[in-house]
Write a protein that binds this ligand. Sequence first.
Ligand code: AMP
Ligand code: ZN
Length: 465
Amino acid sequence: MRLYNTLTKKIMEFKPYNDNEVTMYTCGPTVYYYAHIGNLRTYISEDILEKGLNYLGYKVKRCMNITDVGHLTGDGDTGEDKLMTAAKKEHKSVLDIAKFYTEAFFKDLERLNIKKPEIVSPATENIDFYIKMIEKLLKDGYAYASGGNIYFDTSKFSNYYELSGRSKDDLMLAVRDDVEADNNKRNPFDFGLWFTNSKFNDQELKWDSPFGYGYPGWHIECSAIAIQNLGEHLDIHCGGVDNIFPHHTNEIAQSECYLGHKWCNYWVHMEFLNDKTGKMSKSKGDSKDLNSLIEKGYDPIVYRYFCLQSHYRKVLVYSLESLDMATNAYNKLKGKIKNIKSNLSGQLEKDKIEFYQNKFKEAFSNDMNTSMMLTTLYDVIKSDMNNNTKFYLIEDFDKVLSLSLLDDEQISLEFESYIRKKIEERTLAKKNKDFALADKIREELAMKNVLIKDTKEGTVFEIRK
Ligand code: AMP
Ligand code: ZN
């Protein structure tokens, strides 16, 4: 397995710390709103990484946090706590907000065939361990108290700039808008480990601690949850590219100063999904979540397929037209597989199975080349193997791809209600003699492979195979 490692800026041979067991940590969502489809692209890639490693024979122990406290609107410890802002807006308690959006996130995972990590841990359930880590960092001189808060002293960690690969001056220029002057800090990139006195004082969730009544910073959560659940040596840490600085940079600093040795060997970062206007962001409030795609008649699995067509280290630009194209390709693929499934015959061809499995492994091992993995699937379908062998391989590859390739053609209830809504809109348009709109709706449905026919009993539809 060869993986690009942000730490070394190279594609490297992957070797876990313990022979066949891989520990993997994923930064989880900040649950103040629905995950947007950009966030979900990252979780899809992480899911493929875990399942692909399983396919290669590794046992993967994976852990993810749920950020329900401490993530401020500015990554440089500025602004309000994101959950607190949402709670005020929705007139609910912070914990109610967290519970609601955590459940919504799990539902999204399920709809996208993403396996929930073995360990999922909310930030608010690990306060004792943050305190333990912060106490040690203070004792060893890596942290200091100032203005009522505890900060990590970045000048004490000589490798602080290694992950980002940028110099201090360069970073200062890059993030100057995000780093507000905080006179309590000794160095501009020092970050809060514990706040008892931040600019933002009406934090709903606070805990007693040796440093005063307060709440943890965002970064300490991931270090503590990872170390507590996966041990002192971590194989893979992943997240979106926006996490490289400051979040993951800070995680490395505090974890390695706490442990006294190197912590994580492979840092894997997923590139962004953008829309045509640029970066997608939950806090901009105009984000696209999975529900909004479903309401427009797109199958979540088509979104997964769309993501797998491109490489995780390339920016992916999303538009409804590109999803229409993915829908068509996916439906055609399912049609071909259905054909194979209904004409099963022949003995399993063992050599060919091994040949294609190796090709599939090779594609995954090539820095998780998902489009090459899909190509291997198409190669199997196009090949001259008998249908039993093809079926076997499709089922096998789908353990990693998770595209519901063998599910019987059945449209989801959500898709059916979308079609019915569109038909009603079209009937109304025709009644109002707005034929342009009626045609537009027909075309819209046809783009999604839905063919409509007007009969004496009303409008009926069928799905084009
Ligand atoms: P958050 O809930 O904001 O903490 O983000 C959850 C995950 O999504 C993190 O790994 C982020 O790095 C990642 N992420 C945020 N925005 C995007 C985007 N537009 N495209 C892909 N991943 C993203
Ligand atoms: Zn994290």
